[in-house]
Design a binder for this molecule. Structure first.
Ligand code: DMJ
Length: 451
């Protein structure tokens, strides 16, 4: 009798779990906050297949870990053990309509996961990847479990926001924040998520954190470089303006000032007509290739005051970024950094880290121009990645774009950014740029509505 009771209660539990799973899956598809898309074409399916190859291996071998080694299949907690790969990738899975994977991931996180880790977390990375990933997934689904987690992480990070500063690290268990050297981009690119969270919750503590943006606004206009360390602070001058539904008119002027400075100080035309984005040492990183996309978003959202000039420069810069992929190396993938001398580029770092910036800019160029060339460029880059980076347990970066030798890293922005932008390039209307704006880690968030 006892055994019988035990077996029947197990069956009942299992059925309940099963029904709950489907209940949530239905909720996810019914509450979808973005356009439904039908029949995917061959290219979209191939991009999705790359996503599933990555996701499924991570699920099987490293579920809940920060990253998976794409060559050995071993999981590692190199970001403090917050499942950064999973959270960063979640909204891409949502956009791809992978409802089963999405429900699995959300219930796993909601039931088993804690962000209160005894580890010094990087404020910037935790914000753009983890807080941004959860918040965007909430904005796309309206799933309350995601909002709970988002608020929890946002709360944990609050001690880094000081009256006149943003501190670069925090121990999310002891809630002690730490000072130390960090970049301008790191301090000035952590407010976007707090603005959005304030719109949702009306919690003044989040607004206070978001308002630390004011300390950095002036620096966001000045133009020293578009490379890492400076990049996203410039991007956010525009995106914070858009996110707030263009309430702060001053930001429009400031954005145009920033573009003007970029054109005068950083954009540099070679004798052969090629245009680069270099710092005072003629040095440029792949990271700078986000900038053509930002300029084009400035046009798309009617913030740019010199559309003709901005479009011309943006497309020239994008063409330089694309050329880095297709010229001078056998893999068709771009090196991470170089300097320019007498119209030639001299590579200083030949690695390819599966970075998203060029694909991101191609996404905006496609959106604005609908010129097939940009889809062709995106596809060519995707094919090169398939050919040279696909590994047994995911996708690896390259140690050298000339030799094609792989490294053992698969950064979380591979699923969060590269595959998302690629998918959206081939799927026109899923994310409406009048309703959403992407954070610097490619997480779309809802633009504040008019009252
Ligand atoms: C991403 O984490 C973000 O795009 C960030 O803004 C800068 N760089 C990496 C990808 O290269």
């Amino acid at each position: 009798m006892k055994v019988y009771l035990c077996i029947s209660s197990l069956i009942i539990c299992w059925v309940c779990l099963y029904l709950n799973f489907f209940k949530y899956m239905n909720i996810i598809s019914q509450n979808r906050q973005f356009e439904q898309h039908q029949n995917e074409n061959e290219k979209q399916l191939q991009i999705k297949k790359a996503f599933l190859h990555t996701w499924n291996n991570y699920y099987t071998y490293a579920w809940g870990k920060d990253e998976i080694n794409p060559v050995t299949g071993k999981g590692r907690d190199n970001w403090g053990g917050v499942a950064v790969t999973l959270i960063d990738a979640l909204d891409t899975a949502i956009i791809m309509n992978l409802n089963e994977q999405v429900e699995n991931a959300i219930s796993f996180l909601a039931q088993n996961f804690t962000f209160r880790k005894d580890h010094r977390m990087n404020t910037f990375e935790m914000t753009i990847r983890v807080l941004g990933g959860l918040l965007s997934s909430y904005d796309l689904t309206n799933d309350p479990r995601l909002l709970n987690m988002t608020i929890h992480v946002a709360d944990l990070l609050l001690p880094v926001f000081k009256e006149n500063d943003v501190l670069p690290e925090i121990n999310t268990k002891t809630l002690t924040s730490f000072n130390g050297y960090t970049t301008l981009a790191s301090k000035g690119s952590v407010q976007f998520e707090y603005f959005r969270l304030y719109h949702i919750t009306n919690d003044k503590r989040f607004l206070k954190a978001a308002n630390t943006w004011k300390i950095f606004e002036k620096k966001a206009i000045e133009m020293i470089s578009l490379n890492g360390g400076y990049d996203s602070i410039h991007e956010y001058l525009l995106k914070i303006y858009i996110l707030q539904n263009k309430k702060d008119k001053d930001l429009k002027t400031k954005y145009n000032q920033m573009i003007q400075f970029a054109v005068e100080r950083v954009v540099f035309e070679q004798k052969n007509g090629k245009v680069f984005m270099i710092d005072k040492n003629y040095f440029m990183e792949h990271l700078a290739c986000f900038f053509p996309g930002t300029m084009i978003l400035g046009i798309l959202s009617q913030v740019s005051e010199y559309t003709k000039r901005d479009l011309k420069i943006a497309l020239q810069l994008l063409s330089t970024c694309y050329d880095l992929y297709v010229t001078n190396n056998k893999t068709g993938l771009a090196p991470d950094s170089f300097y320019v001398k007498k119209s030639n580029i001299h590579i200083t770092n030949p690695k390819f880290d599966l970075r998203p910036e060029t694909i991101e800019s191609i996404y905006y160029a496609w959106k604005l121009t609908k010129n097939q060339k940009y889809r062709d460029w995106a596809w060519k880059i995707f094919e090169s990645i398939e050919l040279h980076c696909k590994s047994q347990f995911g996708y690896s970066g390259l140690l050298n774009v000339h030799t094609g030798e792989k490294n053992q890293d698969q950064p979380s922005f591979w699923m969060a950014e590269v595959l998302k932008y690629l998918y959206l390039i081939f799927h026109d209307d899923i994310i409406d740029l009048d309703r959403f704006v992407f954070n610097t880690e490619a997480h779309p968030m809802k633009i504040l509505k008019n009252k």
